[in-house]
Design a protein around this ligand. Structure first.
Ligand SMILES: [Fe+2]
Ligand SMILES: [Fe+2]
Length: 181
């Protein structure tokens, strides 16, 4: 009996379908380059007191961006594209730490070969790269749909309410204590 079936909320057919729909995202997470970038970031952020940019941050941004876009009725972006963009949006952080290059630009550059290897098509790749490039901009800046979702989710993914560094963080403001997603 499949795991989903045994839990009584999802038939094995539905379970397989959900998994199948995320094949390329899971392939991406297993890619040695993705893993090595995340390890570099984890190492460089060991002593960082502000929000870190490891796997958990990518997962939180993915789920929030997806929920936000579903709620908006955005049907043109696939779940895989949204998750891939979220998992890749900060992979260039280690480049920024080492060279000072804007990590949105570095992340988009590092993301391209990973997306190609994972068989995203060229249209999807363009959308994902634009989203990554835009994720640090203001959501009001006339961004692409994915760029706006990533920019918002990037802020909403933080636990500012319980953070001891509120006074020191350039991102913090009172509204960040509110739960959005
Ligand atoms: Fe970022
Ligand atoms: Fe981020």
């Amino acid at each position: 009996m499949a795991l989903g079936e045994s839990q009584g909320f999802c038939s094995s057919w539905e379970w397989d379908n959900i998994l199948h729909s995320m094949t390329r995202v899971n392939q991406l997470l297993e890619h040695e380059d993705y893993i090595s970038y995340m390890e570099k970031i984890d190492g460089l952020e060991k002593e960082r007191r502000f929000c870190k940019h490891g796997f958990e941050h990518g997962l939180n941004v993915a789920r929030i961006a997806y929920a936000y876009l579903l709620e908006k009725g955005e049907l043109l972006l696939s779940k895989e594209s949204i998750y891939a963009a979220a998992f890749l949006h900060d992979i260039g952080r280690w480049v920024e730490y080492e060279t000072g290059e804007d990590h949105a630009v570095a992340s988009a550059r590092l993301a391209l070969p990973l997306l190609e290897v994972c068989r995203f098509n060229s249209d999807d790749i363009q959308v994902i790269l634009n989203g990554i490039l835009e994720h640090r901009r203001h959501p009001e800046d006339n961004l692409t749909t994915l760029g706006e979702a990533l920019a918002l989710a990037d802020d909403w993914a933080r636990d500012c309410r319980h953070c001891s560094l509120q006074d020191l963080c350039y991102k913090y403001n009172q509204t960040m204590n509110q739960v959005m997603y």
